[in-house]
Design a binder for this molecule. Structure first.
Ligand code: CA
Length: 227
């Protein structure tokens, strides 16, 4: 899952970037309203976190531009303690939720996860299952046949993406942009290495291999056709 944070204050921006990355999200950061506006209109983010008070184009204008363009991406905006007007205007302009600064990171993370679940066309359960593989999205845990899989944050994010798009062939470039902070052409082997490691954890020792390679196209997670 890929988030865009638009925040001009360096401390808050870095804190959000680090915390959300550690929670397994890919985070793009914009330090000005103009950059934020551009990235929001052109990117493929799953959620935006917009600070209202920005020196150039403020968060409300970015939000209005998004909604005017018909973009329904969930928006969480950040306001100052005395910014009651901003909160009212933000919600009227189509924001999905707001947080008042200063906020606890755990609170932000909970709101982000709620909005992501709500924002998907098909409402998500708190867990995803394929065959005997299961991931708990809230606790960020994966199990296979009831046994806990020890995954890094990136591995969990990769597995989550594969499970959310079960049965869909995912090109390496899409995996790269959703799980890593990078866009690159498909010949990089970062994805292949990560898939190999994930496969060892998910499929080794099981007859049913869930992570499938689709030659020349990418990777897919599903129960194989012949079962
Ligand atoms: Ca600010």
């Amino acid at each position: 899952m890929k988030l865009l944070v638009v925040e001009d204050e360096a401390l808050t921006a870095n804190y959000l970037h680090q915390g959300l990355s550690e929670a397994g999200f890919v985070v793009d950061l914009a330090r000005t309203g103009l950059d934020g506006h551009h990235l929001a209109m052109t990117g493929d983010h799953d959620l935006f976190i917009l600070d209202v008070m920005l020196p150039d184009v403020d968060g409300l204008r970015i939000l209005k531009a998004l909604r005017d363009a018909g973009r329904k991406t969930p928006v969480l905006f950040l306001t100052a303690r005395d910014g009651v007007d901003d909160r009212v205007k933000g919600l009227e302009a189509g924001a999905d939720d707001y947080l008042v600064k200063p906020f606890a990171f755990s609170e932000l993370l909970a709101r982000v996860r709620t909005l992501l679940r709500r924002g998907l066309a098909v409402p998500l359960a708190e867990r995803l299952d394929v065959a005997d593989l299961s991931i708990d999205l809230l606790r960020r845990r994966a199990t296979r046949a009831g046994r806990r899989l020890i995954l890094t944050a990136k591995e969990f994010a990769l597995l989550e993406l594969l499970l959310r798009r079960r049965g869909e062939v995912l090109p390496r470039s899409l995996i790269a942009s959703h799980v890593w902070d990078i866009n690159f052409d498909c010949d990089s082997n970062i994805i292949d290495v990560a898939i190999r490691r994930l496969r060892v954890k998910v499929d080794d020792g099981f007859d049913t291999k869930l992570i499938q390679t689709v030659r020349g196209m990418g990777y897919m997670l599903d129960v194989p056709d012949d079962e």
